[in-house]
Ligand binder design. Sequence first.
Ligand code: NCD
Length: 337
Amino acid sequence: MTATLQSPPASGLGRHLLGIDGMSRSDLEEILDLTDTFAEIGRRPIPKVPALRGRTVATAFFENSTRTRMSFETAARRLSADTVAFSAGSSSLSKGESLRDTVEVVASYGADLLVVRHAMAGTAHRVADWTDLSVVNAGDGCHEHPTQALLDCYTLREQRGSLDGMRIAIVGDVRHSRVARSNILAFTALGAEVVLVAPATLLPPAIDGWPVTVFHELDPLLTDLDAVYLLRMQQERITEGLIPSLREYANDFGLSADRVARMRSDALVLHPGPTNRGVEISAEAAADPRSVILDQVVNGVSVRMAVLFRLLGSGQQLVAADIEPVGDDARPEGADR
Ligand code: NCD
């Protein structure tokens, strides 16, 4: 399947978060600003607030996930929302009726918002058409992964203050990456320049019109980048021989110890996880002080708290009561009773 940056239709930031496509710079900045508040809550001894008490967040993951799912569930719990989880092996459900049945069942448990991940591009948009729930896209095939892009932007902004003028290379399997699509839109909307670095076989066939420049070699660029964003080879979506071997790919495009040593001292290394050490990233690059991979994971919870609050909160404004510590739960251990 060839996904384009334009399809399915634009999403914006209304009742749902379906994609970065359709979101303006100010939509993105609104979420990033709200994330600052939730990041502060995450640093408290007991990081839990009543903002979404009485609301239910459901997760329906038709594709495997470790960090995205845990991150949404942690975000919901920190906001005092109830959670309902549905998971399916990717093979056991057909994509038509059974998906719709599942959504109806989840809705019948009284959920207010559904976080959905599916191997088929456009699934979150279809689900949003079928239900009255708010829908958050946690990844639809090769199409979009908007909360990943938001947490990546937040991480870059946290490190640099702003993405304006940054030169960011997205390296690897762009063709099968929903993360790349969402990030190209988000990084450029926030004023960064995006460079794609990949062999021609790992670029989407229809790349004309994308706001990027393309290179087929990483080495000549290394000293001229503010950030390198590495992508995993999406083996689960690769059905043909697109590279000679993983070893050759690693030789040409992997961020080896030698390559990371040649990067600027203030450059950043990002990866959405899961990482394949020795393929797109070496153990040395992942552990380098310029790597912000763990910051991305931490920021993922804060960004998802902001998204859930923005879609489900009582109003658009956070009020003091939303973020005060939660009753007895909030007593630090050993506090007087
Ligand atoms: C990404 C995904 O699922 O698209 N992972 C994630 O959400 N943390 C990237 C990947 O799987 O390579």
